[in-house]
Design a protein around this ligand. Structure first.
Ligand code: PEP
Ligand code: MG
Length: 539
């Protein structure tokens, strides 16, 4: 039995086998070989295996997300059988007498550069495909298991760190807990864990290489403790504790179906945050009044190309139909910083949190933004939708956004496609937006305060940096004063204002927020009933 300590990201307790999350590593050594002919034969055998993997992916995608999205795997299949590509690999093996892995990586980099430098956007996008295909080929040469992170049984996922795209690829119903070495409590992986209400602990000190998948463990994400190979006494204690936890959660169930109303009769809208359509059921199950933040960027990550208008439209429409008239606030693409998509080719940034992200990327790459706006406006013809824009720093940005919204609607009109009207709001998550919130309030229908980023930018503390956890204080007076300023400025213009950052779920502040005049709180689905309890107990 071994005990490790860490920091709680999402509370809960579980007992089960661990799954050591294996990261892809495509560093290969250049090795001299004696028989190039054999090496080429080995490469072709690996290629056949890769083709069959790609076919499997195609079939899965076709069944789950439709033909349009599956088409990318047809491109991959063609690419890996392309004569020029294969000739280039064979040539390097023959001329340099080197191992196939090295030849593939060399050709990958040459082709990637060639695609990157092409004029057509379509060809530029093929860079990520050639990288993906080549990495798969290297994996097949090495005998890697492509499904190495598929969870056969419900498991505790243990990793050095998990990016949002790692997390999103895992089958949610089989994750018992997340346990990581790295990752700050307001990182997006942490937020995903909370959205899914999965117990999670970070800051563990173990050496991941010493852990073996299948080992039994207890995760106590109340105390921040992980026990590997617990003895019987520990296990029995944990089983009792898990039961008690469940009973505690069950007592909150009595708040289902009740109003979010304080003792003095003030009503608050209480919504849930979601990252994908699958989270909706969980939000509704927990009796959220609607969705106060749909982090739409999760539609864009964990894949190799942009989601097209039709795919997005289908997703938003499905959300609207599932919600049956309840509020749905879609936040437009907030990609960048820790939420990465290689195909966007943002390049290296010294300070990604202060970089090319969110609305900045959308305004600079209007075709990406327009596609999303068109999809949302089209979906709005099926039910109520609110649009919300992230990382705003100026009134000028809002004006540009508005004009792009008009263009999107005009283009739909021209195409004869039905669309609906939307309520339009912005996130207040920069100190700049707070300071000009009087001006911004005149331009939009609502504000939603993103306290995660607002804390990061106000306190100058990278929310991703786990070493700064002790300094990252969303209760800082500066943050609370800012919230009050924003509420007052919104109300002066008759606009509503909510909080959708993690702070919204902090029940020690619920009463303070209500006193300040907050109209809405949007929290992880698992926190809805606890916040309702706090609202109902507030004066
Ligand atoms: C926030 O910054 O508070 C927020 C809700 O947005 P995100 O956490 O997705 O950056
Ligand atoms: Mg934010």
């Amino acid at each position: 039995m071994e005990i490790f300590k860490g920091k709680v990201i999402c509370q809960g307790m579980t007992l089960g086998p661990i799954h050591v999350f294996l990261k892809d590593d495509f560093t290969v050594n250049r090795m001299q070989i004696d028989n190039p002919e054999n090496e080429i034969k080995r490469m072709h055998e690996a290629k056949e295996k890769a083709i069959s993997e790609i076919q499997d992916l195609y079939d899965k995608a076709l069944a789950n997300v439709g033909e349009e999205s599956a088409a990318i795997f047809e491109v991959h299949s063609m690419m890996i059988q392309d004569g020029d590509y294969l000739d280039a690999i064979e040539n390097i093996i023959n001329v340099e007498s080197v191992n196939a892995e090295y030849a593939v990586i060399t050709v990958r980099d040459q082709f990637a550069k060639m695609f990157r430098n092409m004029d057509s956007d379509y060809m530029k996008e093929r860079e990520v495909d050639v990288i993906d295909v080549s990495n798969r080929l290297v994996g097949c040469l090495r005998g890697d298991n492509p499904n190495k992170n598929d969870l056969a049984v419900p498991s505790i996922v243990v990793a050095d760190d998990l990016t949002p795209s790692d997390t999103i690829r895992l089958e949610k119903s089989k994750i018992l807990a997340f346990v990581t070495k790295k990752g700050a409590s307001n990182s997006h992986t942490a937020i995903l864990a909370r959205t899914m209400n999965i117990p999670a602990i970070t800051g563990m000190t173990f050496d991941i290489n010493s852990l073996v998948s299948g080992t039994e463990a207890i995760v106590d994400a109340t105390k921040g403790v992980v026990v590997m190979e617990p003895d019987e006494a520990y296990k029995n204690k944990a089983i009792v504790e898990i039961k008690r936890e469940k009973e505690k959660r069950d007592t909150l169930l009595k708040y289902k179906g009740l109003d979010n109303v304080t003792l003095s009769g003030k009503r608050i809208n209480l919504y849930a945050n979601i990252g994908c359509i699958e989270d909706l059921d969980y939000a509704l199950d927990n009796d959220a009044g609607g969705i106060g933040l749909f982090r739409s960027e999760f539609l864009y990550i964990g894949r190799s190309s942009l989601p097209e208008e039709e795919e997005q439209y289908d997703t938003y429409k499905q959300a609207i139909e599932t919600l049956k008239g309840k509020k749905l606030i879609i936040r437009t693409l907030d990609i960048g910083a820790d939420k990465k998509a290689d195909y966007l080719d943002i390049g290296h940034e010294e300070n990604p949190a202060l970089g090319f992200r969110a609305i900045r990327l959308c305004l600079k790459r209007p075709s990406i933004f327009k596609t999303q706006l068109r999809a949302i406006y089209r979906a709005a013809s099926h039910g109520p939708v609110s649009l919300m824009f992230p990382m705003i720093i100026s009134a000028d940005e809002v004006m540009q956004i508005k004009s792009m919204c008009l263009e999107a609607k005009d283009s739909l009109e021209k195409d004869g496609l039905p669309y609906g009207d939307v309520e339009m709001g912005i996130m207040i998550e920069t100190p700049a937006a707070v300071m000009i919130s009087d001006e911004l309030a005149k331009l939009v229908d609502f504000f939603s305060i993103g306290t995660n980023d607002l804390t990061q930018y106000t306190l100058a503390i990278d929310r991703q940096n786990e070493n700064l956890e002790d300094f990252y204080n969303p209760h800082h007076k500066a943050i609370l004063k800012m919230i009050k300023i924003v509420v007052d400025n919104a109300h002066k213009e008759g606009k509503w204002v909510g909080i959708c950052g993690e702070l919204a779920a902090d029940t020690t502040l619920t009463e303070t927020f209500i006193e300040m005049g907050i109209d809405e709180l949007s929290v992880s689905a698992g926190a809805v009933l606890a916040v309702r309890e706090a609202i109902r107990k507030a004066k």
